[in-house]
Write a new protein. Structure first.
Length: 654
């Protein structure tokens, strides 16, 4: 990074918290928040240690808060012992055993309610089923499930007996599943015959069979939940039905106390080379981070119905579905399907019918639903909503405004959260009762999180709006502990750039004159145009601000003169132009971006498509877009695409 990343996005709208929201908020006064942050800065270990004692039920209290002796392999609460499942379920039984823990909505409209007492029984029974299958503390269990309560039950059951789970998103291919099973050395797979998604029953057990046929010698048993009556083949001696196994075991399983640093789970995320890396999270520190961010960012109250739309195959579904809400004794919604089945009002119908008050989803979902117009959400009663949130990527200001006005009716704060699989929970996010909001900004660091922006040499950048590397300067409890089986890669990937001084997030960011952070995109997505370094997110935001554009994705393409040209993929509000080309509109959009940002940011080429290539989680496959822009053959695994037919449009073949 020979020079700082340039910021060209101008956004000066400010939205203070509604007075009635602040009056009842967990933290409703900015002075209180400032005092909390100052206390954390002055005594980092004391701050987190005090919270851990207050918020977690310990089997054995800790005396060591932070062990830095092998930095960057930090350890928290090292001599303490706890059980995560106990903290999520058992400790709530006396006070809220009959309270709904999970309100489940199937894509086909089937519903179930599980109280905390119901969840205790189901988790205990499945924990006993795991033990009956030979699983003991420290063993790895791969979970490959649809988004149904049994996925959370399986995760909690692993935690109950000290097994380490590795959830693989149900949209991943058999080959991807195989790679993760083998890397983890898993002994058991938990799956289902299939799952309902997009109006279809997607077979999962068949993918497991294909993965195991190609290797995975460590697997001893496969437990199959019957969700779709697909009647898959069952291998004698290895495969067993969930309901049959659970019918033979007791309904009570005492939780096993483990050390605070005992691995709770592995979650595989793609590296820059495409080779998955198993991010390893602890038990005690991770749980504390989940609890505190539920309170600080979501302002959780007893009366809330919380809905995070993420699948448990992603870290958002771990922290803000399987663990955080339950550890706080909340009632939450779990939805199996997609937001457009049977129509584009499904999310809003769920909000109305299930009484959702906190709604947390991805910007990709928001932009996709924007395309269908304002009249669809207007059909539903969204008056119980009091807080909205976004996760997964920066939200462009125009999508933020649509979310604010059409869904939130200008009365719901929006918590735009920045964090990663590796961080375990929110890092930069508004505390909604006291932080004024700027569309597109994740605002400031949370208490106890020491964030900064530095240049190529690791020197802090103090000039407002000058972009650089986003780093975290002090360890925090929810951080990853290592990459499973590869300590060297952990150090090299996250700490090597700045000689173990800082955690490197891999994102570029800027900080404005008010101290607000703006994420500019992944460092490897930065465009280098004629010596100017531009963040992709800002060009995308400028495109989406045009009234005809619903979504946009921008990548770089080799250019013999400028070094890199700007290639934009655009989804319009309305029909795609014939052949994916519209000369008049392209000229208009190029001039629009020039006016919004400057001539340097004009896209060199714009291609129109009905959709962007996304995984079933809503993540845009940018590597694929870069290959198409460069005219290269597509070598990436495309089996996880929600819409594989879009490839022909992207390549200009349709």
């Amino acid at each position: 990074m020979s020079e700082n990343i340039q910021s060209t996005l101008v956004e000066d709208r400010l939205f203070p918290p509604p007075a009635e929201f602040s009056a009842e908020a967990y933290i409703g006064d900015r002075k209180v928040l400032a005092e909390l942050c100052a206390r954390a800065d002055a005594d980092h270990t004391g701050f987190w240690g005090g919270l851990a004692k207050r918020e977690i039920s310990w089997d054995k209290p800790f005396s060591v808060v932070l062990d830095e002796s092998r930095a960057p392999f930090f350890k928290w609460f090292t001599d303490g012992e706890l059980n995560v499942s106990y903290n999520c379920i058992d400790r709530h039984l006396a006070s809220r055993g009959t309270r709904p823990a999970i309100l489940f909505e199937g894509e086909k409209g089937d519903r179930r309610t599980l109280t905390y007492r119901d969840l205790h029984t189901e988790v205990s029974r499945f924990a006993n089923a795991l033990k009956a299958s030979g699983i003991v503390s420290g063993d790895r269990v791969v979970i490959y499930m649809p988004m149904i309560p049994e996925a959370v039950i399986a995760m909690q059951a692993c935690a109950r007996i000290g097994a380490i789970h590795s959830v693989v998103f149900g949209g991943f291919s058999a080959e991807s599943l195989k790679d993760r099973i083998e890397d983890a050395g898993a002994k058991l797979v938990v799956t289902a015959d299939g799952g309902n998604r997009g109006g279809k029953a997607l077979p999962l057990k068949a993918a497991v069979d294909k993965a195991l046929a190609g290797g995975c010698p460590s697997i001893q048993r496969v437990i199959v939940y019957n969700r779709c009556d697909l009647q898959p083949a069952m291998k004698e001696g290895r495969d067993v039905w969930w309901h049959e196994l659970c019918a033979t075991v007791p309904a009570l399983c005492e939780p096993v106390a483990v050390g605070a640093e005992h691995p709770l789970f592995l979650l595989y995320t793609s590296g820059s080379t495409g080779k998955p890396k198993g991010v390893q999270h602890s038990s005690g520190g991770y749980l504390l981070h989940a609890i505190m961010t539920m309170r600080w960012v979501f302002d959780l109250r007893d009366s809330d119905v919380f809905w995070c739309t993420a699948d448990v195959g992603w870290v958002t579904g771990h922290t803000y579905v399987a663990y955080g809400p339950l550890a706080c004794g909340a009632t939450q919604v779990i939805y199996e399907g997609v937001p457009t089945v049977p129509d584009a009002g499904r999310f809003w119908a769920n909000v109305q019918q299930l009484g959702v008050s906190i709604f947390y989803t991805a910007p990709t979902a928001i932009r996709a639903l924007m395309k269908f117009g304002d009249e669809i959400p207007a059909r539903y009663d969204l008056s119980r909503l009091r807080l909205l949130g976004t996760v997964g990527e920066p939200i462009n200001p125009e999508a933020w405004m649509w979310y604010h006005t059409v869904i939130g009716k200008e009365r719901c704060p929006i918590v735009d959260t920045w964090w990663q699989t590796e961080t375990g929970g929110h890092m930069l996010a508004p505390v909604p009762g006291c932080i004024p909001l700027k569309p597109g900004s994740c605002t400031t660091a949370l208490p106890g999180i020491s964030a900064d922006i530095v240049d190529e040499e690791g020197t802090p950048i103090t000039t407002p709006d000058a972009g650089g590397y986003l780093v975290i300067k002090k360890p925090w409890p929810g951080m990853l502990r290592t990459i499973w089986g590869d300590d060297d890669r952990y150090v090299r990937t996250y700490w090597g750039k700045f000689n173990n001084r800082y955690y490197l997030a891999g994102d570029s960011a800027r900080r404005d004159k008010d101290g607000y952070y703006w994420i500019m995109g992944r460092i490897d997505d930065v465009l280098n145009v004629s010596g100017h370094r531009l963040g992709t997110m800002e060009v995308e935001s400028a495109l989406v601000a045009h009234p005809r554009v619903a979504e946009a994705a921008v990548v770089g393409r080799p250019d013999p003169i400028k070094g890199e040209g700007i290639f934009a993929y655009v989804v319009l509000r309305g029909e795609r132009p014939a052949g994916g080309v519209d000369v008049v509109l392209t000229k208009e959009l190029r001039e629009w971006v020039s006016e919004q940002i400057g001539p340097i940011a004009k896209p060199d080429d714009i291609r129109y498509a009905d959709n962007l290539p996304k995984t079933r989680s809503g993540k845009i496959m940018r590597r694929l877009l870069r290959s198409v822009a460069a005219g290269q053959d597509i070598t990436q695994d495309t089996s996880t695409l929600e819409n594989p037919a879009i490839l022909a449009q992207l390549k200009g073949e349709v």
